[in-house]
Design a binder for this molecule. Structure first.
Ligand SMILES: *Cc1c(COP(=O)(O)O)cnc(C)c1O
Length: 803
């Protein structure tokens, strides 16, 4: 049906009629979108089945990626692209007068994630399928993804996100594979064949029903699976109100927690974590048992990656199944478990390390808690043998201590591999945050620098740039992204660079059009598009960017000799609803936008735009249009960052600190091809340890800082007279925890360099070309290969065998 545009058109019109009982002329774009979506899903169904069969029958090891978040975005466009049928469909629809872009806009983002961690999981799925690896995702089918952000009077307002309001063409409900997950209740012990056994009684069960989403490989026949669990009521406990039970049950897959850094200590969150883990493990075990009839070889045939500590209960859950259901002895069960599970750490922020109070944990998950207690006891005994008498150390490293269960400690002890997500992050883990553990288990630790799928972030998001690249160096880079390096020699080719500039201009015009529609502001496509998009967090320092813009504005107002190349500062960021400070910064950005955009004296040189509701589909329009990428976290705080890679791959130049994967970006392109500034991680860590930083000194000794700081509280922003006092206080009274004032001067200089560099277009696009050429390393295909080779020990399966 996709072999030619004629046969596609025929099939499409027929399907539309049959599904909606309408003629084409009566149909809406939504009808048309769902028709096409369903056609694509049906089209891949035989490959999906074949991939599953291949996995079942080939006895090859399978990888399961467990993640509380999957930030997929839209699927239609990527699926058409990966299947190689985008052109046929576009032409076929075009002749019917339908624009494929309009159709794609109908699809709601699958926004089941907060930011980088969830998007990484989505990029990994694409890379697993596209490199023919037998790797699948397990997550939760939240009814509401990350909230929809509206800006009202400059404030963030959160609306419940509704991606399932209309039918979802991509999911298939598999009721027959539902499993039961047990909470609460008591643990009963009994004796069986001379061994003490345990069973869970009087618990409350929730049914986990899988919804499968096909993950379609690029230009191969692989279709892997993302399985999302839906929470539904099962057998009703009689003593409970049925409606209340139903509500409580469904709440488990109702909302994604809108926070990726704070442990908010919500019992529902722990329920979600166990729900995901237990359903997934039961499912994996069941299918393994079906194939092999035993779990003794489980670790040889299954690798489970846990994305941060949210799914860490996979460790005690696998133990529970092996001990209580399979009746395997402790030592063997532990050996199987610790050869199956590996753990990715995503942060060194101590407030983000999950710790659960025992008084919450133990009644909710009584058997899991018992198992963790036993793991802890045996592990502490080992520590005692290694460090006899050193109670402080043992207490510090314990899994359960002071009434808390420490999830990261459980993850390290129960995994065979622990990885950080960028070089500097892994080094900080080994040398500081997890030093004690690194001493005991040095062989477990390794680095796997994050990546992004170039198929979404270049091929799909920027087809114009992709075409230019392919016309210049051939298209082998699509299969082997490191071949983008062939572009290096074109860094000095003026005709190439003029074409690159032209593509950038087109993408800037497209974004300017969106901004005009959404924000009602006309921006100059000749201005430098300076973009800061990511979750709003103090450590990501959107505030540093804001203070710099205020400084530029002041200079322009006061110094008639001062001029700059026109600059458009573009922000996009959601703040966690309970994160007071972050919301203040959003209000500040919007107040600043009001101020500078409406000043006729400066508005031709300086504009500030806040893009509402930053998400994957918007991100795809932003990265290609960026000239400058803001990656300005306090050094040592950003584990990796992946936004930085998307910008680089689209030819933006980075202004950044040596933090996270900025370090590897710098290694790839050299520091003369980016704008580095600010404290180094070492220096930040030194300040943190030994003190010696006084923000007050910077306030007093730098007139520029003093002025912008005072403007936060002196009525410079009309109508928000005292609303920025908390920001002012955080910088001065609380000594500026993120070294914003410390890095201010250095940041101003970096921006002066940017302003100057942009005057020399051939030089600018030389740098831009080198960024693109060196971005292949950051394809998640490379990252996934490293996981496959060094952690999972799996190889690509051959394509479907045609016999
Ligand atoms: C890539 C991405 C992120 C992560 O951005 P960072 O700059 O690495 O924090 C967050 N949200 C969306 C929608 C993304 O596409």
């Amino acid at each position: 049906m996709f072999s030619s545009k004629e046969s596609f058109q025929k099939a499409f019109l027929k399907k539309l009629e049959m599904t909606y009982g309408k003629s084409f002329s009566e149909s809406t774009v939504r009808d048309q979108y769902h028709t096409l979506g369903n056609m694509v899903r049906e089209y891949i169904s035989s490959n999906w089945i074949a991939t599953n069969e291949r996995n079942r029958n080939s006895n090859t090891k399978q990888v399961y990626y467990l993640s509380i978040e999957f930030l997929l975005g839209r699927l239609l466009g990527q699926n058409l692209l990966n299947l190689g049928i985008r052109d046929v469909v576009e032409q076929g629809l075009g002749e019917l007068g339908i624009s494929i872009e309009d159709m794609e806009e109908v699809e709601a983002d699958a926004g089941l994630g907060n930011g980088g961690l969830g998007r990484l999981a989505a990029c990994f799925l694409d890379s697993l399928a596209s490199t023919n690896l037998p790797g699948h995702g397990f997550g939760i089918r939240y009814k509401h993804g990350l909230f929809e952000q509206k800006i009202v009077d400059g404030f963030q307002v959160e609306l419940p996100e509704q991606w399932l309001r209309h039918e979802n063409s991509w999911e298939v409900r598999k009721s027959d594979q539902a499993v039961e997950v047990g909470f609460w209740g008591e643990i009963e012990s009994y004796c069986e064949r001379g061994r003490l056994q345990f069973r869970h009684i009087d618990g409350e069960t929730i049914t986990a029903v899988p919804y499968d989403i096909p993950i379609i490989g690029f230009s191969n026949e692989t279709v892997n699976t993302l399985r999302l669990w839906n929470a539904e009521p099962s057998s009703f406990p009689i003593y409970k109100d049925v409606m209340e039970y139903k509500r409580e049950t469904e709440a488990v897959s109702e909302f994604l927690y809108p926070d990726d850094t704070h442990d908010d200590g919500k019992i529902l969150r722990l329920k979600q974590q166990y729900f995901l883990v237990s359903a997934s493990l039961q499912n994996i075990v069941n299918s393994h048992r079906k194939t092999y009839g035993t779990l003794l070889n489980f670790h040889e045939k299954v690798a489970i990656q846990i994305n941060d500590t949210h799914p860490v209960l996979a460790i005690p859950e696998l133990m529970r199944i092996l001990l209580d259901e399979e009746k395997i002895g402790w030592d063997e069960a532990w050996s199987i478990t610790t050869q199956t599970i590996s753990y990715t750490n995503h942060t060194t922020l101590s407030e983000a390390l999950e710790k659960w109070p025992v008084h919450i944990f133990k009644p909710l998950l009584p058997r899991i808690f018992m198992i963790i207690e036993e793991v802890n006891e045996r592990y502490c005994k080992e520590l005692w043998e290694r460090y006899p008498g050193d109670w402080t150390k043992i207490e510090h490293m314990a899994i359960i201590a002071h009434g808390l269960v420490k999830m990261a400690h459980l993850a390290i002890v129960g995994s065979y591999q622990v990885n950080g997500v960028a070089k500097i992050h892994t080094e900080i883990l080994k040398e500081r945050e997890m030093k004690d553990f690194y001493e005991v288990y040095p062989e477990k630790f390794s680095n796997k620098t994050n990546g992004i799928t170039h198929r979404r972030w270049l091929l799909k998001a920027n087809s114009q740039l992709s075409s230019l690249i392919s016309e210049t160096i051939g298209d082998e880079w699509v299969q082997h992204p490191q071949l983008l390096s062939r572009l290096n020699e074109y860094a000095y080719d003026n005709s190439f660079k003029e074409r690159l500039e032209y593509v950038k201009k087109e993408k800037k015009l497209a974004l300017a059009q969106i901004i005009k529609e959404k924000n009602g502001i006309v921006i100059d496509e000749h201005s430098i598009f300076d973009v800061h998009v990511k979750r709003l967090h103090a450590y990501k320092r959107q505030l540093l960017n804001v203070l710099h813009i205020m400084y530029l504005y002041n200079r322009l107002k006061e110094d008639s000799n001062f001029s700059i190349h026109p600059r458009t500062f573009i922000f996009g960021a959601k703040a966690s609803p309970g994160y007071y400070y972050a919301k203040k910064v959003i209000k500040l950005i919007n107040s600043l936008a009001d101020k500078v955009n409406n000043d006729p004296q400066t508005s031709h040189l300086l504009k500030v735009i806040f893009l509402e509701n930053y998400r994957v589909s918007l991100a795809e329009k932003v990265f290609p249009a960026a000239d400058v990428s803001e990656q300005i976290s306090t050094a040592s705080k950003e584990a990796s960052g992946t936004g930085n890679m998307k910008f680089m791959m689209n030819g933006a130049l980075t202004v950044g600190t040596l933090d996270g994967a900025n370090v590897e970006i710098c290694e790839e392109i050299g520091e003369h091809n980016m704008f580095l500034f600010g404290l180094k991680a070492e220096e930040v860590l030194h300040y943190n340890r030994n003190g010696g930083y006084r923000s007050y000194d910077y306030y007093h000794h730098d007139k520029r800082i003093k002025q912008v700081m005072e403007q936060l509280i002196n009525g410079f922003f009309p109508h928000s007279y005292d609303s920025f006092e908390p920001i002012y206080d955080s910088l001065l009274m609380q000594n500026d925890e993120y070294y914003v004032l410390r890095d201010f001067a250095s940041y101003v200089m970096a921006h002066e360099q940017i302003n100057e560099a942009y005057q020399n277009k051939p030089k600018w696009f030389e740098m831009s070309t080198i960024n693109i050429a060196q971005s292949g390393y950051f394809s998640s295909d490379r990252t996934i290969k490293e996981y496959a080779d060094h952690i999972w020990n799996i190889k690509p399966t051959n394509r479907v065998q045609h016999s």
